[in-house]
Write a protein that binds this ligand. Sequence first.
Ligand code: ADP
Ligand code: MG
Length: 175
Amino acid sequence: MRSPESLLEIQARKPIVIKDPEFSRLGKSSTNACFEVPRDRVVRIPYSRGKQSVSANSVLVQWALWYGTIAVPKPYRMVPVLCWDENLTGLEMRKIMGATLDDMGDPEDLLTRGRAEMERARQMGFVVGDGNYGHNIMYNPPLDKVFLIDFDSWELPKDHPYAKFLATSSASTSP
Ligand SMILES: Nc1ncnc2c1ncn2[C@@H]1O[C@H](COP(=O)(O)OP(=O)(O)O)[C@@H](O)[C@H]1O
Ligand SMILES: [Mg+2]
């Protein structure tokens, strides 16, 4: 398992340029801006009301879930992003080829499967955030697989190796 510092390090030298943000923004995101980027990836930028904040918490939770084999988009790296003429920072992750359950009309069987995945994470000690509804669960039809997204309101298990990092550093880093 990599160190939390290395997971939060901003890795690409050249920024990813988002040319037409209003057009290419994904979903109905509010507190984050998500864009599709080359090679079937998505970059998620914590950006609300013109302000960037990088939450180490949600990034580390996603990494910890990934290592724990919970179905989440594979996180790759923190990247610089040029968007709205601003130098921002985001998490690059695998794109889920599908839709949120919310956009699919919240089918009960898929909600049940998403909640079962959350329960698995809860059993591992994660504090599960606002995942009761379908807006933070995605479904990929070809794989017939549900994925959890958006870990802003989740917490790491208390005894997780990354939890110590959050307790001893400020919970956010500057871009
Ligand atoms: N890995 C991903 N693959 C495909 N679409 C995604 C991915 N992550 C986020 N999205 C899209 O972006 C939207 C907002 O993402 P989310 O992380 O939930 O942001 P917010 O915190 O603003 O709710 C989602 O509803 C979904 O449509
Ligand atoms: Mg969300």
